[in-house]
Design a protein. Structure first.
Length: 272
Protein backbone atom coordinates (compact mmCIF):
# COMPACT_ATOMS: atom_id res chain seq x y z
CA UNK A 1 0.00 0.00 0.00
CA UNK A 2 1.23 3.49 -0.82
CA UNK A 3 1.30 6.09 1.94
CA UNK A 4 -2.15 7.24 0.77
CA UNK A 5 -4.72 5.62 -1.47
CA UNK A 6 -8.25 6.48 -2.57
CA UNK A 7 -10.74 3.66 -2.05
CA UNK A 8 -13.78 3.66 -4.32
CA UNK A 9 -16.56 2.28 -2.14
CA UNK A 10 -19.58 0.19 -3.06
CA UNK A 11 -22.35 -1.66 -1.25
CA UNK A 12 -20.08 -4.57 -0.34
CA UNK A 13 -17.15 -2.66 1.17
CA UNK A 14 -18.64 0.54 2.57
CA UNK A 15 -19.53 -1.10 5.89
CA UNK A 16 -15.85 -1.43 6.76
CA UNK A 17 -15.03 2.21 6.05
CA UNK A 18 -15.01 5.25 8.28
CA UNK A 19 -17.92 7.39 7.13
CA UNK A 20 -17.41 11.13 7.64
CA UNK A 21 -15.34 10.44 10.80
CA UNK A 22 -17.95 8.04 12.18
CA UNK A 23 -16.56 4.57 12.97
CA UNK A 24 -19.02 2.91 15.32
CA UNK A 25 -21.87 0.89 13.92
CA UNK A 26 -23.86 1.88 17.00
CA UNK A 27 -24.05 5.52 15.88
CA UNK A 28 -27.52 6.21 14.44
CA UNK A 29 -26.24 8.84 12.01
CA UNK A 30 -23.65 6.44 10.60
CA UNK A 31 -26.24 3.67 10.24
CA UNK A 32 -28.61 5.99 8.42
CA UNK A 33 -25.82 7.27 6.16
CA UNK A 34 -24.73 3.69 5.40
CA UNK A 35 -28.25 2.72 4.33
CA UNK A 36 -28.54 5.94 2.33
CA UNK A 37 -25.30 5.21 0.47
CA UNK A 38 -26.32 1.66 -0.39
CA UNK A 39 -29.45 3.03 -2.06
CA UNK A 40 -27.56 5.75 -3.95
CA UNK A 41 -24.82 3.71 -5.65
CA UNK A 42 -27.27 2.52 -8.30
CA UNK A 43 -28.03 6.18 -9.09
CA UNK A 44 -24.41 6.86 -9.99
CA UNK A 45 -23.26 8.29 -6.66
CA UNK A 46 -19.56 7.89 -5.83
CA UNK A 47 -18.24 7.87 -2.28
CA UNK A 48 -14.46 7.62 -2.08
CA UNK A 49 -12.43 7.23 1.09
CA UNK A 50 -8.91 8.59 1.53
CA UNK A 51 -6.93 5.90 3.37
CA UNK A 52 -3.60 6.38 5.09
CA UNK A 53 -1.24 3.45 5.61
CA UNK A 54 -0.51 4.74 9.12
CA UNK A 55 -3.77 6.33 10.24
CA UNK A 56 -6.53 4.52 8.35
CA UNK A 57 -9.42 6.44 6.78
CA UNK A 58 -8.74 10.16 7.06
CA UNK A 59 -10.95 11.81 4.44
CA UNK A 60 -13.64 11.39 1.81
CA UNK A 61 -15.31 12.84 -1.26
CA UNK A 62 -18.89 12.27 -2.37
CA UNK A 63 -20.41 13.29 -5.69
CA UNK A 64 -23.25 12.40 -8.03
CA UNK A 65 -24.50 13.12 -11.55
CA UNK A 66 -26.39 16.40 -11.77
CA UNK A 67 -29.79 14.70 -12.11
CA UNK A 68 -29.17 12.81 -8.86
CA UNK A 69 -27.49 15.58 -6.87
CA UNK A 70 -28.75 16.20 -3.34
CA UNK A 71 -28.31 19.95 -3.68
CA UNK A 72 -30.86 22.47 -5.06
CA UNK A 73 -28.97 23.02 -8.31
CA UNK A 74 -29.66 22.49 -11.99
CA UNK A 75 -26.51 20.87 -13.33
CA UNK A 76 -27.45 18.63 -16.23
CA UNK A 77 -24.36 16.89 -17.61
CA UNK A 78 -22.15 17.81 -14.63
CA UNK A 79 -20.93 15.89 -11.64
CA UNK A 80 -21.95 17.64 -8.43
CA UNK A 81 -19.80 17.32 -5.32
CA UNK A 82 -21.79 16.91 -2.10
CA UNK A 83 -18.89 16.77 0.34
CA UNK A 84 -15.11 16.83 0.41
CA UNK A 85 -13.39 16.43 3.75
CA UNK A 86 -9.92 15.71 5.12
CA UNK A 87 -9.55 15.28 8.87
CA UNK A 88 -8.14 18.45 10.41
CA UNK A 89 -4.95 16.81 11.68
CA UNK A 90 -4.04 15.85 8.10
CA UNK A 91 -4.75 19.10 6.29
CA UNK A 92 -2.03 21.09 4.55
CA UNK A 93 -0.62 18.03 2.77
CA UNK A 94 -2.41 18.36 -0.57
CA UNK A 95 -4.78 15.49 0.25
CA UNK A 96 -7.92 17.45 -0.57
CA UNK A 97 -6.46 18.11 -4.01
CA UNK A 98 -5.94 14.35 -4.47
CA UNK A 99 -9.61 13.68 -3.77
CA UNK A 100 -10.73 16.50 -6.04
CA UNK A 101 -8.52 15.32 -8.88
CA UNK A 102 -10.08 11.86 -8.61
CA UNK A 103 -13.51 13.42 -9.16
CA UNK A 104 -12.28 15.50 -12.10
CA UNK A 105 -10.82 12.38 -13.75
CA UNK A 106 -14.14 10.58 -13.37
CA UNK A 107 -15.98 13.53 -14.91
CA UNK A 108 -13.66 13.59 -17.93
CA UNK A 109 -13.86 9.84 -18.33
CA UNK A 110 -17.66 10.05 -18.31
CA UNK A 111 -17.54 12.92 -20.83
CA UNK A 112 -19.32 15.29 -18.44
CA UNK A 113 -19.54 19.01 -19.04
CA UNK A 114 -17.54 19.56 -15.88
CA UNK A 115 -17.84 19.50 -12.09
CA UNK A 116 -19.93 21.75 -9.85
CA UNK A 117 -19.93 22.25 -6.09
CA UNK A 118 -21.84 24.29 -3.53
CA UNK A 119 -19.43 25.87 -1.04
CA UNK A 120 -20.01 27.90 2.09
CA UNK A 121 -18.20 29.94 4.69
CA UNK A 122 -20.12 27.79 7.19
CA UNK A 123 -18.10 24.91 8.65
CA UNK A 124 -20.77 22.37 7.65
CA UNK A 125 -19.74 22.58 3.98
CA UNK A 126 -16.46 22.78 2.12
CA UNK A 127 -15.01 26.25 1.66
CA UNK A 128 -14.18 27.65 -1.75
CA UNK A 129 -10.39 27.86 -1.42
CA UNK A 130 -9.44 24.40 -2.66
CA UNK A 131 -11.77 24.63 -5.64
CA UNK A 132 -10.66 28.10 -6.70
CA UNK A 133 -7.05 26.90 -6.68
CA UNK A 134 -8.09 24.03 -8.95
CA UNK A 135 -9.60 26.38 -11.53
CA UNK A 136 -13.22 26.47 -10.43
CA UNK A 137 -15.04 29.77 -10.85
CA UNK A 138 -18.13 31.16 -9.09
CA UNK A 139 -21.31 31.29 -11.17
CA UNK A 140 -23.95 32.17 -8.58
CA UNK A 141 -24.16 33.32 -4.98
CA UNK A 142 -26.83 32.71 -2.35
CA UNK A 143 -25.07 33.91 0.86
CA UNK A 144 -23.48 32.22 2.69
CA UNK A 145 -23.47 29.70 -0.18
CA UNK A 146 -21.68 29.93 -3.51
CA UNK A 147 -22.01 27.74 -6.57
CA UNK A 148 -18.68 27.03 -8.29
CA UNK A 149 -17.96 25.18 -11.51
CA UNK A 150 -15.05 23.88 -13.53
CA UNK A 151 -16.09 23.43 -17.15
CA UNK A 152 -14.36 21.22 -19.66
CA UNK A 153 -16.01 23.13 -22.51
CA UNK A 154 -16.38 26.90 -22.32
CA UNK A 155 -19.66 26.80 -24.27
CA UNK A 156 -21.41 24.51 -21.77
CA UNK A 157 -24.31 26.17 -19.89
CA UNK A 158 -23.62 27.23 -16.33
CA UNK A 159 -25.17 25.22 -13.51
CA UNK A 160 -27.48 27.32 -11.34
CA UNK A 161 -29.29 27.34 -8.04
CA UNK A 162 -32.96 26.34 -8.18
CA UNK A 163 -33.91 27.29 -4.63
CA UNK A 164 -37.64 28.07 -4.42
CA UNK A 165 -37.88 29.25 -0.82
CA UNK A 166 -41.39 30.63 -0.97
CA UNK A 167 -42.85 27.40 -2.30
CA UNK A 168 -41.28 25.40 0.52
CA UNK A 169 -42.39 27.86 3.18
CA UNK A 170 -45.99 27.84 1.94
CA UNK A 171 -45.99 24.06 2.02
CA UNK A 172 -45.14 24.13 5.74
CA UNK A 173 -47.10 27.20 6.80
CA UNK A 174 -48.26 25.88 10.17
CA UNK A 175 -46.36 24.41 13.08
CA UNK A 176 -42.73 23.32 13.38
CA UNK A 177 -41.38 21.18 10.54
CA UNK A 178 -37.92 19.61 10.47
CA UNK A 179 -36.84 18.63 6.96
CA UNK A 180 -34.05 16.07 7.22
CA UNK A 181 -32.12 13.77 4.88
CA UNK A 182 -29.75 10.98 5.82
CA UNK A 183 -27.09 12.28 3.40
CA UNK A 184 -25.36 13.90 6.38
CA UNK A 185 -24.68 11.59 9.36
CA UNK A 186 -24.83 14.54 11.78
CA UNK A 187 -28.49 15.11 10.99
CA UNK A 188 -29.80 12.19 13.06
CA UNK A 189 -28.53 13.56 16.37
CA UNK A 190 -29.61 17.09 15.45
CA UNK A 191 -33.15 15.92 14.74
CA UNK A 192 -33.31 14.11 18.07
CA UNK A 193 -31.89 17.03 20.09
CA UNK A 194 -33.97 19.69 18.31
CA UNK A 195 -37.17 17.66 18.68
CA UNK A 196 -36.51 17.36 22.41
CA UNK A 197 -35.78 21.10 22.69
CA UNK A 198 -38.93 21.94 20.71
CA UNK A 199 -41.12 19.88 23.01
CA UNK A 200 -39.58 21.69 26.00
CA UNK A 201 -40.80 24.92 24.40
CA UNK A 202 -44.30 23.56 24.07
CA UNK A 203 -43.99 22.93 20.33
CA UNK A 204 -44.88 19.74 18.47
CA UNK A 205 -42.15 19.01 15.91
CA UNK A 206 -43.02 17.24 12.69
CA UNK A 207 -40.07 15.46 11.08
CA UNK A 208 -40.28 15.10 7.30
CA UNK A 209 -37.69 12.68 5.92
CA UNK A 210 -36.18 13.68 2.58
CA UNK A 211 -35.85 10.42 0.66
CA UNK A 212 -34.92 11.42 -2.89
CA UNK A 213 -32.64 13.77 -4.78
CA UNK A 214 -35.69 15.48 -6.25
CA UNK A 215 -37.12 16.15 -2.79
CA UNK A 216 -33.79 17.55 -1.61
CA UNK A 217 -33.81 20.03 -4.48
CA UNK A 218 -37.13 21.37 -3.19
CA UNK A 219 -35.73 22.42 0.19
CA UNK A 220 -35.61 26.17 0.89
CA UNK A 221 -31.81 26.61 1.02
CA UNK A 222 -28.75 25.54 -1.00
CA UNK A 223 -27.70 23.23 1.85
CA UNK A 224 -30.27 20.83 0.50
CA UNK A 225 -30.50 18.18 3.21
CA UNK A 226 -31.72 19.96 6.34
CA UNK A 227 -33.85 22.91 7.37
CA UNK A 228 -36.42 23.93 9.96
CA UNK A 229 -39.57 25.90 9.18
CA UNK A 230 -41.87 27.36 11.82
CA UNK A 231 -45.23 28.80 10.82
CA UNK A 232 -44.05 29.39 7.27
CA UNK A 233 -40.77 31.04 8.26
CA UNK A 234 -37.31 29.56 7.72
CA UNK A 235 -35.64 29.31 11.14
CA UNK A 236 -32.64 27.05 10.53
CA UNK A 237 -30.95 26.06 7.27
CA UNK A 238 -28.32 23.58 8.44
CA UNK A 239 -27.84 21.26 11.45
CA UNK A 240 -27.62 23.01 14.83
CA UNK A 241 -27.61 21.88 18.45
CA UNK A 242 -30.71 21.75 20.57
CA UNK A 243 -29.40 24.69 22.61
CA UNK A 244 -28.83 26.78 19.50
CA UNK A 245 -32.33 25.97 18.27
CA UNK A 246 -33.82 27.03 21.62
CA UNK A 247 -31.96 30.34 21.49
CA UNK A 248 -33.17 30.98 17.93
CA UNK A 249 -36.78 30.31 18.87
CA UNK A 250 -36.65 32.42 22.04
CA UNK A 251 -35.09 35.28 20.11
CA UNK A 252 -37.86 35.09 17.55
CA UNK A 253 -40.44 35.05 20.33
CA UNK A 254 -38.92 38.16 21.89
CA UNK A 255 -39.01 39.95 18.54
CA UNK A 256 -42.54 39.00 17.52
CA UNK A 257 -44.38 38.33 20.77
CA UNK A 258 -43.83 34.91 22.22
CA UNK A 259 -45.82 31.96 20.87
CA UNK A 260 -47.88 30.38 23.66
CA UNK A 261 -45.56 27.39 24.06
CA UNK A 262 -42.43 29.53 24.12
CA UNK A 263 -43.99 32.03 26.54
CA UNK A 264 -44.92 29.21 28.87
CA UNK A 265 -41.46 27.64 28.74
CA UNK A 266 -39.75 30.97 29.37
CA UNK A 267 -42.12 31.74 32.22
CA UNK A 268 -41.35 28.39 33.85
CA UNK A 269 -37.63 29.08 33.67
CA UNK A 270 -38.08 32.42 35.42
CA UNK A 271 -39.88 30.78 38.31
CA UNK A 272 -37.22 28.15 38.90
Amino acid sequence: MREYEIVDTHADNIGGCVICRYKSGKNEGRRRKLDWLKQRYAEGLRFKVLRSREFGDIGMIEYAPGRQAWRPVEAEGYLVIHCLMVHSEHTGKGLGALLLESCLRDAKKSQCRGVAVVTSSDSFMAGSGLFLKAGFVPVESHPPYELLVKKFKATAPDPRFIVDRERALKRHAKGLTILAADQCPMVAKCVKDISQAARALGLKPKVVRIRSAQASRELPTPYGVFSIIHDGRLMVERPVSGTRFTNIMLKRGTQRGLPIGVRSAQGDSRQS
